[in-house]
Write a protein that binds this ligand. Structure first.
Ligand SMILES: NC(=O)c1ccc[n+]([C@@H]2O[C@H](COP(=O)([O-])OP(=O)(O)OC[C@H]3O[C@@H](n4cnc5c(N)ncnc54)[C@H](OP(=O)(O)O)[C@@H]3O)[C@@H](O)[C@H]2O)c1
Length: 405
């Protein structure tokens, strides 16, 4: 049984390869791979791991995958890498994992290729990174406590103002790629349908456990898409903290930049190449050390006027994604109960999967319900949910599926 890391030479690929090389079980099973022979060989030599190199357009791609049990795809933007790799996985009956946060690659797996993946008898689990494991599992836990939920809101914030760290080159490149293809600007689930909606089209106030009270506005794609697959809640919005003036400026710059990318030929290609030379790969270990993120969620049953809010705290996004990917590989090689098909992380490994990622803290969830005095209140919109919930009777509930551990 062998585990292949494809795209081992990138920022995240290298982080995962280093962790695999130190892992007692996975170091015996792991093969490093990527498109650049020199880069892959140098890394594999440093980590004393076996390796191979091939491009995704290589006609012999199936040859490299034929003895592999599971491929962990760390090569992004995923819009370029998911399709050739999953097609080879289908032909060679190889399980597929990735850390994608891109709507188009998620759609390809969950919608276009779902039947083929199932008939090939393989498992595909995309989104095993910070976006989406943290929000996906929190959403599934909240949904478990309120199965009749009609609305879901999700958000995250740095636990401390000083916990912000530089964004990796891979994420910048993914954003440019998304702007060029007009995808992922902002997704929402409205009455059961995933839709592209304007960036920052809704805002509200959220109280994070460590970051405190913050104004948040809608932005994001993968989190919404994955949470919708996992929970089937009909109305979902995902938010990020933002200052109103900065929000207007970002919105303006985003539109100008997206326009230039789409209408000036080869502009996006040029920018992607400039990024390779001008940006560092990602935050250093020192920059990441001790940094943490608050993840917050709220489910609401608009008919019954019930609201449940819950939070978890996780380590910074890159360390979290590294650990989530490693845990995902470990589970897939040891758990024989996952059925063939395409699954979100919480569907495959359960909503408590996030709690198995080192450093994750779950706070007590709070349930708000009508009492005698507030029986006439009704919860009908996101804005009113905030005020209404504060008038309802609050009750603490353990966040876990079956009470406390
Ligand atoms: N969900 C999360 O929490 C999370 C966190 C971080 C990153 N990500 C995503 O993970 C991906 C990687 O991020 P990163 O920061 O590691 O990026 P990166 O440093 O730019 O590395 C990208 C890797 O992909 C390879 N690659 C790119 N295009 C390829 C292609 N067409 N064919 C084969 N290999 C290709 C690169 O190979 P070369 O070295 O040969 O160029 C490199 O190994 C991005 O899509 C990013 O959005 C997700």
């Amino acid at each position: 049984m062998t585990v292949m890391i494809y795209g081992c030479t990138g920022y995240m690929g290298t982080m995962v390869s280093e962790a695999m090389a130190q892992h007692p079980q996975l170091s015996q099973l792991c093969v490093l791979s990527g498109r650049s022979t020199t880069k892959v060989r140098n890394l594999a030599t440093r980590l004393s791991l076996p390796w191979c190199s091939f491009k995704l357009s290589d006609s012999l791609i199936d040859h490299y995958l034929k003895d592999i049990k599971v491929v962990l795809n760390m090569a992004g933007p995923y819009i370029e890498t998911t399709e050739p790799l999953i097609m080879s996985c289908i032909r060679t009956h190889t399980d597929y994992l990735d850390i994608s946060k891109e709507q188009q690659s998620l759609q390809l797996l969950f919608q276009s290729l779902s039947a083929q993946i199932q008939s090939a008898n393989i498992i595909a689990i995309p989104g095993l990174g910070f976006d989406s494991v943290a929000t996906d599992c929190l959403a599934a836990l909240l949904r478990h406590h309120l199965p009749t939920a009609t609305h879901l809101n999700l958000s995250f914030a740095f636990s401390n103002i000083a916990d912000g760290i530089p964004v990796s080159r891979g994420i910048w490149k993914t954003n440019v790629r998304n702007m060029f293809s007009a995808a992922d600007m902002n997704l929402a689930c409205v009455e059961g349908a995933i839709q592209e909606v304007p960036l920052f089209y809704k805002s509200r106030t959220v109280t994070f456990p460590n970051a405190g009270k913050a104004l948040v506005a809608t932005a994001g794609g993968a989190n919404c898409y994955i949470a919708s697959r996992s929970t089937h809640i009909e109305n979902i919005d995902t938010f990020i903290p933002i200052d109103v003036n900065i929000m207007r400026l970002i919105l303006f710059l985003w539109r100008v930049f997206a326009f230039l990318l789409r209408w000036i030929p080869l502009m996006h290609w040029f920018i992607l190449h400039v990024m390779d030379y001008s940006l560092t790969k990602g935050p250093t270990e020192y920059q990441r050390k001790g940094k943490r993120i608050d993840v917050w969620g709220e489910v609401r049953d608009a008919q019954q006027g019930k609201v449940i809010r819950g939070s978890i705290q996780v380590m910074e996004a890159y360390g979290f994604a590294q650990q989530a990917a490693i845990q995902g590989v470990l589970r897939i090689i040891s758990d024989r109960h996952i059925s063939p098909g395409v699954w979100t992380p919480s569907q495959a490994f359960g909503p408590e999967f996030v709690l198995s990622i080192p450093g994750t803290v779950a706070y007590t969830f709070v349930k708000f319900e009508h009492n005698q005095q507030t029986a006439k209140s009704s919860v009908s919109s996101t804005a009113s949910a905030t005020t209404t919930a504060s008038k309802l009777a609050a009750q603490s509930i353990p966040p876990l599926l079956h009470g406390s551990h």
